[in-house]
Write a new protein. Sequence first.
Length: 180
Amino acid sequence: MSGSLFYDVGTVDQVAINLFYGWGYNFYRLENQLRSDDRVVREKACWLLGLSRSMIETAQSAYRRQYLPPPSRTKPLPDPEAVANARALEELSTNVGQLEATIRSLPVPENDRMTQRYRQEAETLVALGACDQRLVGLAEVLRQSLDGKDAAWILANRLDIQGGIDLMTARVRERQSLLK
């Protein structure tokens, strides 16, 4: 039994290493750790944006209940300003959701020989990490600014909130340009 190939640690390790290289993966490489970290960080940014979107939708729902009651004989049409404000809240929510979806689908450099030949993968992944760090920071600032706020506050600060969303969108474009 002790002469079996299963007990020869050197042979087993060599087989495993050959498999890893054959699959194009070595989990001890810095690039693979950075690639994995990139996915985790982007998922956290999406989670924060999801919380922000949920807060906006909760405020929108409360706003609609308060200012857009069901039609009645005395008031068959809703107040146009209330409708415009409800649509503004809906637009903010949609913009945050679109940004979240875009971040979730962002690519990372492929782990292939062509990428390794023409691009310094580790440097690219570090630069992507810096972009992702800014995205997470901006997403958390957005979440903190919306935490506990009602529709009136969100509407009063709508331009500032949209500016933050636009800034995150610009960071996403900057990140995408690193992969070209």
